[in-house]
Design a protein around this ligand. Structure first.
Ligand SMILES: [Zn+2]
Ligand SMILES: [Zn+2]
Length: 658
């Protein structure tokens, strides 16, 4: 089976937060890993940054950099975050690239020529002092529906309605604060009503979709679709490929989903098979699955399929398993409101699998879910460290101790072992069913249950007692136990890939085929020395604290690099044009050094001469007020004023201080 998986293109004006990860990228990655590595299907995972639109140009203007610099920064950061958290893409592109511009223009022209796009004269807001049209968020005003102030040109965040900038009451230019005028212009509209019937028929066959997604999409159609403006008067974006449309670009929501195609195309070119993308996008046998958050449903279940239908060259989505929201402290996480927990904050401090695991257990699959830090810690400690981690640890340690790490041969299964093997089979069936139906939480729980079952089996079978009487019997228990661990390595892989890879190294197994569960035994394998797979969060935090503290110590080796010596001040003079600086010549025994010191407001030049002081001699020389200072003298700081350190007895210049 060939599967084309996409994740919503992250908008390149902010970092990735936990809400994004749980809403879209983590489930997409779990599904991709399951299909590609466990089922060995021909799956690709396509994404890239969404780099156009008004929020980007506004942010770039605020920072006084170009939009392309801004999107480059965020593209790199977002890509890096995904790599570190283990979200794997076949290709990760960006919509500002030429390959995307070309494809988006072709797409536009094709459906324009087919009559699905019409030009419409209209009035939009124009700022005379800024000399520009004010699309979308370049204008704010009162919402014409609910009267809330601060409604943006494209949407009122209070009542949630989409707006047309020209409909705002008392509009203001976002840049200069001035009152815009209405000016004649024209825009291109995508004729959604022409595709309404076709969309409805298509959607009615999607009874296998998540009810929240399907019902939402159908309710939109029932309200009746309206033609949508798909162009803007601005510079940053994909230029409308028509002679008459100079100065206009495609609306970001029109060009962004085409990014799924252009990213696939770029991937195909990169791997030297430039036509390979067609095997996915133009092949009716391919199943296309869009992972998105629920705020994207209308675009992916209505507008995007309508665009694809109008174009006619490409396949339509097979499924859109949109997630609900992950909340924290009661509200939706969002970059624009600043209520967020950044993924970076976690991966700097904890193992990425801890976050993946904790989020996988609370994915907002059917309703909003709540992220709680305490619950996360509990889940990681209980399930990862105590349950799975402990299982692996005690079996592998025992195996090392009594069998030098060689997995012993098993005997015919006892009743207990027959039950265990049956549980593995049953778990495989349930797990595959859950995963294929986007029920990732249930799939993970089924794996956790198998791990608990294995712990119970070992508690009953007591290999540590058996070893006293019969090596063979104890060895057999280990063989069955390792078989379950090997099964769990496969089942857990989509959720905690880093740890399962590590476990695979220990067991010398790298295949992740789900069918390993039909025969998970690795009798006779000489395994590697065990490593602790999971620590409790408290231990991680203590280790992190120690690491931080350690960083503040200076090693003796570092200290001994400093050449500290006693010197005698031979002469001193004020540095002209300064209050504090004094230039002094210091006899260091074998040499004389010039030092510029900030002590002139406390010490008179005359009282300095003849003083013995402590000097760091091998400090990098530095020019101060044009004078090369070849060292630094040591002084205590008292109420912000220097007090020179002097030897308690008379010592010859050049004496080493240590
Ligand atoms: Zn409103
Ligand atoms: Zn203005």
């Amino acid at each position: 089976m060939r599967i084309l998986i996409t994740s919503a293109l992250p908008y390149a004006n902010g970092s990735v937060h936990l809400g994004h990860l749980a809403g879209c990228y983590l489930p997409a990655d779990i599904y991709f890993k399951f299909k590609k590595y466990l089922l060995k299907e021909d799956a690709i995972h396509i994404c890239g940054t969404d780099e156009h639109g008004v929020p980007i140009t506004i942010e770039a203007e605020k920072r006084k950099i170009s939009p392309s610099e801004l999107v480059k920064q965020y593209h790199d950061e977002i890509k890096d975050t995904f790599e570190k958290i283990g979200v794997e893409f076949t290709h990760f592109s960006g919509t500002a690239r030429p390959i995307h511009h070309r494809l988006a223009q072709e797409f536009f022209l094709n459906i324009y020529n087919k009559g699905y796009i019409k030009k419409k004269e209209e009035q939009t807001l124009y700022c005379e002092s800024c000399k520009r049209f004010l699309p979308d968020r370049y204008v704010e005003g009162e919402c014409p529906h609910c009267g809330s102030p601060g409604a943006k040109g494209d949407q009122c965040e209070i009542c949630g309605r989409w707006l047309d900038p020209a409909s705002l009451l008392s509009p203001r230019c976002k840049i200069c604060g001035g009152t815009p005028i209405k000016k004649d212009t024209f825009h291109y509209y995508f004729l959604l009503p022409d595709l309404e019937k076709k969309l409805y028929d298509w959607l009615s066959k999607k009874d296998y979709w998540k009810p929240n997604v399907l019902n939402y999409a159908l309710s939109w159609i029932k309200e009746g679709l309206r033609a949508r403006s798909i162009t803007r008067d601005m510079e940053w974006g994909v230029p409308v490929p028509l002679e008459e449309a100079k100065g206009k670009v495609l609306y970001v929501w029109f060009d962004a989903p085409i990014g799924y195609i252009s990213s696939t195309k770029e991937w195909a070119e990169k791997i030297g098979k430039p036509d390979l993308w067609k095997e996915y996008w133009m092949n009716e046998k391919v199943k296309m699955v869009h992972f998105i958050g629920k705020d994207n449903i209308v675009f992916h279940a209505i507008i995007w399929p309508a665009m694809l239908m109008a174009d006619g060259n490409y396949i339509l989505p097979d499924n859109i398993p949109a997630n609900e929201y992950l909340n924290m402290g009661g509200g939706k996480m969002s970059t624009s409101r600043g209520v967020a927990m950044w993924v970076r904050d976690y991966i700097d401090k904890y193992h990425p699998d801890y976050l993946r695991f904790g989020l996988s257990l609370i994915l907002p699959e059917t309703k909003d879910s709540e992220f709680s830090y305490d619950e996360w810690i509990q889940n990681v400690n209980n399930y990862l460290a105590n349950n799975f981690g402990n299982l692996v640890q005690r079996i592998i340690t025992f195996l090392q101790k009594h069998f030098s790490g060689r997995v012993p041969d098993r005997k015919d299964p006892t009743e207990l072992e027959n039950r265990l093997l049956e549980t593995i089979k049953q778990t495989k069936r349930n797990y595959v069913e859950f995963m294929n139906n986007f029920k990732f939480r249930d799939a993970l729980k089924s794996a956790i249950n198998l791990s608990s079952e294995a712990n119970r089996y070992i508690d009953f079978a007591k290999p540590w007692d058996k070893i006293k009487k019969s090596r063979e019997n104890a060895g057999s228990v280990l063989s069955y136990s390792i078989a379950v661990i090997n099964s769990l390595r496969v089942l857990f892989y989509p959720f905690i890939p880093f740890s399962c890879k590590k476990l695979g190294k220990i067991l010398k197994q790298d295949d992740l085929d789900i069918n390993i569960l039909d025969n998970p035994f690795i009798d006779g394998t000489q395994i590697e020395k065990p490593e602790i797979l999971f620590r409790k969060i408290e231990e991680v935090e203590v280790m992190e604290k120690q690491r931080q503290e350690k960083k503040q110590f200076v090693s003796f080796k570092e200290f001994s690099k400093m050449d500290l010596r006693v010197g005698e001040i031979k002469s001193a003079e004020k540095v002209p044009g300064t209050d504090k600086l004094v230039k002094i010549f210091v006899n260091m025994g074998n040499s004389e050094k010039t030092i510029v010191a900030g002590i002139g407001d406390v010490y008179e030049v005359s009282e300095l001469i003849g003083k013995k002081i402590v000097v760091i001699l091998n400090l990098e020389p530095r020019k101060i007020k044009g004078i090369l200072s070849e060292g630094m003298l040591l002084a205590a700081e008292v109420d912000g004023k220097p007090v020179l350190l002097v030897p308690e007895q008379d010592v010859p210049p050049g004496s080493i201080v240590k």
